[in-house]
Design a protein around this ligand. Structure first.
Ligand code: GRF
Length: 211
């Protein structure tokens, strides 16, 4: 049977679970998480932000909130497999040296290798902008509109070795409107994501989710 969430320990306001957030882009999800963590009874805190891109807007949110952040770019290496492994080893080293207990993917646009997933299995979560298992992959909003469905949403799930395939922790739905474009749909789904992800992390870190 699939192993579920592995709670590092119960986080408290005095000693919150230390989260490492991986980003690649604008980081609106990171900004929402950092804002949520300002609440005084929050059971988790962002200890570290890692971006694989130096132009990721989310890095500014980390800096504004005085959270350590690192840009770890893909090394220039001939061999794709070696390049990926070296990149992930570097990220892993930073997570370990910052005493990170739970890794949160927030718009991280690379597929993690089975090696990295194994290091963090049960303590690696992602948010995906669709109601999984429907519309996995990088273009969910486009795929939702092309399919003509009237409901989509977002899913928080544990990451396994597949693509958007790990055990589902929480979902929330959003109506698709007749005149939606990818951009309007993305904006409305993000609004919901920005509440669902921090709330799900609250449940995980305070020991209220057992898989
Ligand atoms: C979000 O929609 C998230 O679900 C997806 O990537 C997007 C990231 O947006 N994985 P942002 O960088 O947090 O604004």
């Amino acid at each position: 049977m699939e192993r579920g969430f592995v709670l590092p320990r119960i986080g408290t306001a005095e000693d919150p679970v230390r989260i490492g957030v991986l980003i690649s882009g604008g980081g609106s999800g990171l900004a929402a998480l950092l804002k949520h963590q300002l609440q005084k009874d929050c059971s988790h805190k962002t200890a570290l932000v890692v971006s694989n891109r130096d132009d990721a807007g989310g890095l500014n949110h980390a800096r504004d909130n005085l959270v350590d952040s690192y840009v770890i770019q893909i090394p220039e290496h001939q061999d794709r497999v070696a390049r990926r492994l070296q990149h992930e080893e570097e990220i892993h080293k930073h997570l370990i040296s910052s005493n990170v207990e739970l890794v949160v993917l927030s718009g991280y646009m690379r597929i993690l290798s089975p090696w990295f997933v194994r290091q963090w299995k049960g303590r690696l979560v992602n948010i995906h902008p669709s109601l999984l298992p429907s519309f996995p992959g990088a273009n969910s909003h486009r795929d939702v509109l092309a399919a003509g469905v009237d409901r989509t949403g977002c899913t928080v799930h544990l990451v396994d070795e597949g693509i958007d395939s790990g055990p589902i922790l929480a979902q929330r739905s959003v109506n698709v409107l007749p005149d939606d474009s990818e951009a309007t749909l993305q904006d409305r789904v993000k609004e919901v994501e920005h509440r669902l992800y921090p709330e799900t992390l609250d449940l995980l870190c305070s020991g209220q989710v057992t898989l």
